[in-house]
Design a binder for this molecule. Structure first.
Ligand code: HEM
Length: 522
C-alpha cells in the first residue's frame, strides 16, 4: 500500500516537473511561435510540424520538394516550414535575399550547419570570433598581388591535366569530374598551402568520393531530424560511412600540412647552410620557398593556441574543399553543357582561336579579360548549378517585406529557386548564356544572381574561382573538342556543396588537331 502511494507520489512529481518545464519552454518560444503563425507556409501537423513533407524523399527528390514549396508561395518571397520544433523560413526573391544577406548582424549559420563540424571547423561552418579569425586568414590568400602567381599555377596544373587527358581519356566517354578535381586539388594545395602533391597521376586517390559522399550524408541529415542525435547517427550505416570518409579526408589534409612543414624545414636548413643568404647555396641556386599565404598563418596560429592536431586539420580542410570542389564541379558542368550545346562550343572555340591563334603560350590575366563568351558560359553554368542553398540563423527579429521573421529562425537561402525564377530569367530552365548579355544583366535586380552568395559570409574565393575556371577551361578547350550524349532536359541533379549531376559528368574529348593525340607538350 505504502509502495503504491510512493509510486503515485513519484508519478505526480514527475508529471508536475514535466509540465513545469514544458510551460517554461512554451513561454520562451511564445514570441517565435506567435510571429511564425503569421508566416505563409504549408499546413502543420501537431508535434511533427511539416516533417512529413520530407518523409521518404530521396536526395535527388529533396530539391524538387523545395521547388514545389517555392511554387506554392511564389509571390510572397518567403515560406515557413516546421522541421519538428525547428522553424525554417525559405527566402527566394531578390528583395528578401538582399534583406538577409546585406544585414551585417546575420552571420550565424545555426544548428543545422553544425553537422559539418566532424569534417571541418574553418570559416565555412563556424560562427562568432572563431569565424572572424578564420575569415581574416582566408582573406590573406586573396590579396590582389597573389593573383598573377596563381594564374601561373592554374596554367601549369591545367597542362598536366591536358597531358593526362591526351594519354588516358581521348575518344572515350569518361566522368571528367575526377581528373578535373585532381587538377583543382593540386592547384589549391600549391596556391594556399605551398605544397606539391602531384595527385593527377594517382589512380587510387579517394578524396573525390570521400568528399562527395560525406557531403551528401551531411546535407541529407539536415532534413532527417531522427539523425540529429549524434550517438544514434554514429550507429547508422550513413553515420559510420560519413565518419570513415571524414577520417580519410583528415588523413589527406595531414599529408598536405606535413608536405608544407617538410618544405619549410628543408628550406630553413638550406638557408642556414648558406649563412642565411637567400638565393644561392653551395650547389648553385636554392629554390625560393613558395608562398603559402593561408597555411603559414594557420600553422603559427595553431602553435600559439596549442591546437590539437585533429582540431587544426578540421580547420584547414575547409579551404581545400572550398578551393577544389566548387571550381572542379563548375568546370565539369561547363564541359558537359558545351558537349550538348554545340553552337556555344563553337563560339568558345572561335573566341579562343581569336585570342591565341596557333600559339601555345600560357593564358594571362589580360586573355581572361577578353574571354567574353567564356564569361557568359561560366556565369550561366553557375546560375544553374552553383550551391543550391545556404543557411543563416537569426539572432534578432528581421523585417522581410510585410512579415517579421523572429529571432531563432533558421533561414534557408534558396539560390536554386532564385536562379530559376521567371521573374528574372527569360528562359529559366534552359542553358541560355545570353542571360548575361550586358543589356539583359542591366534589367535584373542585383540580388537576382547569387552564385557566390553575398555579404559578410559570401564566398571569399569568387575571383580566384572564376579565374581558375577560365584558365583550366581555356587550356582544355584550346586542345580538345567535347561531346556529351546526355539529354539536357532529362539531367537529374542532387544537392551537395554545389548542385551535382546524378551519375557523373560523362564527356568524350577529341583532339582538335590530329597531332595532339597522346602528347601535349605545351
Ligand atoms: C566556382 C567557384 C566557387 C563557388 C561557386 C563558390 C560558392 C560559394 C558559396 C555559395 C558559398 C556560401 C556562402 C554563404 O553561405 O552565403 C561559399 C563560401 C565559401 N567559399 Fe566559395 N565558391 C567558389 C570558390 C571558392 C574558392 C576558390 C575558395 C577558396 C580558395 C572558396 C572558399 C570559400 C569559403 C572559405 C567559404 C566560407 C565563407 C564564410 O562562411 O565566411 N570558394 N562559396
Amino acid at each position: 500500500m505504502n509502495l503504491l502511494l510512493l509510486w503515485e507520489w513519484l508519478a505526480s512529481v514527475s508529471a508536475i516537473t514535466l509540465l513545469f518545464y514544458y510551460a517554461q519552454y512554451k513561454l520562451r518560444r511564445q514570441h517565435l511561435e506567435k510571429l511564425a503563425a503569421e508566416l505563409p507556409g504549408p499546413k502543420l501537423l501537431p508535434f511533427v510540424g511539416n516533417l512529413f513533407y520530407f518523409f521518404g524523399v530521396t536526395h535527388e527528390g529533396f530539391i524538387k520538394r523545395v521547388a514545389e514549396l517555392g511554387k506554392s508561395f511564389g509571390s510572397e518571397g518567403l515560406a515557413r516550414i516546421w522541421l519538428g520544433h525547428q522553424l525554417v523560413v525559405g527566402v527566394y526573391k531578390a528583395d528578401t535575399l538582399e534583406a538577409i544577406l546585406s544585414n551585417p548582424k546575420v552571420i550565424d549559420k545555426g544548428y543545422l550547419f553544425s553537422f559539418y563540424k566532424p569534417r571541418t571547423t574553418g570559416s565555412f561552418a563556424t560562427t562568432g570570433d572563431v569565424w572572424k579569425m578564420h575569415r581574416r586568414f582566408t582573406n590573406k590568400m586573396f590579396q590582389p598581388n597573389y593573383m598573377e602567381r596563381y594564374i601561373n599555377i592554374f596554367n601549369e596544373q591545367s597542362k598536366v591535366l591536358n597531358q593526362y587527358i591526351a594519354e588516358h581519356l581521348i575518344n572515350k566517354a569518361v566522368d571528367i569530374s575526377r581528373p578535373v578535381m585532381h587538377c583543382t586539388l593540386d592547384t589549391i594545395c600549391r596556391t594556399a598551402f605551398g605544397a606539391k602533391m602531384n595527385l593527377q597521376d594517382n589512380e587510387t586517390f579517394t578524396f573525390v568520393d570521400d568528399l562527395s559522399i560525406s557531403s551528401e550524408i551531411i546535407v541529407a541529415r539536415m532534413y532527417k531530424p531522427w539523425f540529429y542525435f549524434d550517438p544514434i547517427f554514429r550507429l547508422t550505416p550513413d553515420g559510420k560511412e560519413m565518419y570513415m570518409r571524414v577520417k580519410r579526408l583528415h588523413e589527406f589534409t595531414k599529408a598536405v600540412v606535413d608536405t608544407r612543414r617538410e618544405a619549410v624545414e628543408k628550406f630553413n636548413s638550406k638557408l642556414e647552410e648558406n649563412g642565411n643568404i637567400k638565393g644561392v647555396d653551395s650547389a648553385g641556386c636554392i629554390e625560393e620557398l613558395e608562398p603559402a599565404p593561408y597555411l603559414d598563418v594557420m600553422i603559427d596560429y595553431a602553435k600559439e593556441e596549442k591546437l590539437e592536431e585533429g582540431v587544426f586539420l578540421r580547420e584547414v580542410l575547409d579551404v581545400i574543399i572550398g578551393g577544389a570542389d566548387t571550381s572542379a564541379i563548375g568546370d565539369s558542368y561547363v564541359l558537359v553543357l558545351l558537349g550538348i550545346h554545340k553552337e556555344w562550343q563553337e563560339k568558345i572555340h572561335n573566341e579562343l582561336d581569336d585570342i591565341f591563334g596557333d600559339c601555345e603560350r600560357d593564358v594571362t590575366m589580360s586573355d581572361c579579360n577578353q574571354m567574353t563568351q567564356m564569361d557568359m558560359v561560366i556565369k550561366e553554368t553557375l546560375r544553374l548549378y552553383t550551391a543550391p542553398h545556404s543557411l543563416r540563423l537569426l539572432t534578432e527579429d528581421v523585417q522581410l517585406g510585410k512579415y517579421i521573421v523572429p529571432a531563432g529562425t533558421t533561414i534557408y537561402l534558396a539560390m536554386y529557386l532564385l536562379h530559376r525564377d521567371p521573374l528574372y530569367w527569360e528562359r529559366p530552365l534552359d542553358f541560355y548564356p545570353d542571360h548575361f548579355l550586358p543589356e539583359n544583366v542591366a534589367k535584373r535586380p542585383k540580388f537576382s544572381y547569387l552564385p557566390f552568395s553575398h555579404g559578410p559570409r559570401g564566398c571569399p574565393g569568387s575571383r580566384y574561382g572564376v579565374l581558375s575556371m577560365k584558365v583550366v577551361l581555356a587550356n582544355v578547350l584550346r586542345k580538345f573538342k567535347v561531346e556529351c550524349d546526355l539529354d539536357f532536359k532529362k539531367m537529374e541533379h542532387k544537392p551537395s556543396l554545389m548542385l551535382e549531376l546524378v551519375g557523373g559528368y560523362p564527356v568524350k574529348l577529341i583532339p582538335r588537331r590530329s597531332s595532339q593525340h597522346g602528347s601535349i607538350n605545351n
